[in-house]
Design a protein around this ligand. Structure first.
Ligand code: CP
Length: 316
């Protein structure tokens, strides 16, 4: 494919191919000299219409380590603020012949729409409540390295499932790899229809965490709770925050994950987040750079092949 818009378009073989290539980039990133020329001569533009620390910085580093020319659009100072639409912004940048566009947007489906209007590869860096595919891939790599496999695991995804694109992409990926996925959330933060994904649904942390191999916590996304139910932080932590007492229901060797940014004392106790025997949160960040290098490397290969076929008059 030309784009990476969501996990739903990937097969289990595609997922393992990305993770296998990412393993090579993990090794490269641990060296003093980290540069390759996989994207040499290519132009990458990052367009983040929503705030980001991890995703934007890791895409920028990934592109630079692959040898691309990387431009970060400052959406706060762009002509979007004068009323220019997403599509007009994309068409304007498209006219400058980028090869890769990395896009984060607050509206579900916005990145798919943009991908239909441009001639380069588009990577979804998170669109509304829809998908965050590179997050699910980096989580998968973290799990595969910690557990030695990516199948037949019990994975508990806990917290604000309703507003989480991370939960949705992980649910799809982990289901494709034949894992047992449990969603744990207060009834008001559990979207309807999730059972269609073949997962188990819980509103009690202790029952949902029982014998889990992986505990994935989610941020309480207050900015997406427009006027609806907003739980008090103290009550939320009491019932759904991960602390030592609740974690004891999971397997003794269960790993603790969080995509970040974390609300310490709201969805996770700071001592659990910092416990290097249980928490793989910093490994997730490290895997993020490697996975994004692998994704961009593979899409660049596809783009070169597509353009090569176009030059020789082949149809595709
Ligand atoms: N996990 C994640 O997407 O973090 P950022 O919002 O900081 O990019």
């Amino acid at each position: 494919p030309r784009h990476l818009l969501g996990i739903e378009h990937l097969s289990p073989e595609d997922i393992h191919s990305v993770l296998d290539l990412a393993e090579q980039y993990v090794e490269l990133n641990r060296r003093t000299v980290k540069k390759t020329d996989a994207l040499a001569g290519m132009t990458q533009i990052n367009m983040f219409f929503e705030n980001s620390t991890r995703t934007q910085s890791s895409f920028e580093l990934a592109g630079k380590r692959l040898g691309a020319d990387v431009m970060n659009m400052s959406m706060q100072t762009s002509s979007v603020k004068k009323g220019e639409t997403l599509i007009d912004t994309a068409l304007t940048l498209n006219a400058m012949h980028p090869d890769l566009l990395v896009v984060r947007h607050g509206s579900s489906g916005a990145v798919d729409l943009l991908a239909q209007k441009v001639e380069c590869a588009v990577i979804n860096a998170g669109d509304g409540k829809h998908e965050h595919p590179t997050q699910a891939l980096l989580d998968a790599l973290t799990i595969r390295r910690a557990k030695g496999r990516l199948h037949r695991l019990t994975v508990a995804i806990c917290g604000d499932v309703a507003h989480s694109r991370v939960a949705r992409s992980n649910l799809i990926l982990l289901g494709k790899m034949e894992n047992r996925v449990r969603l744990i959330a207060p009834p008001t933060l559990m979207p309807s229809g999730v059972a269609e994904f073949g997962c188990e649904v819980y509103d009690d942390m202790r029952a949902g965490l029982k014998d889990a191999d992986v505990v994935m916590m989610l941020r309480l996304q207050r900015e997406r709770m427009d006027g609806g139910f907003i739980p008090s932080e103290r009550e939320y932590f009491h019932r759904y925050g991960l602390d030592a007492e609740k974690l004891a229901f999971a397997k003794d060797d269960a790993i603790v994950m969080h995509p970040g940014p974390m609300n310490r004392g709201v969805e996770i106790d700071g001592t659990i987040a910092d416990d290097i025997n249980r928490s793989v949160i910093q490994e997730q960040v490290e895997m993020g750079v490697a996975v994004r290098m692998a994704v961009m490397d593979l899409l660049a290969r596809n783009l070169r092949a597509e353009r090569g076929r176009a030059l020789t008059g082949e149809t595709y």
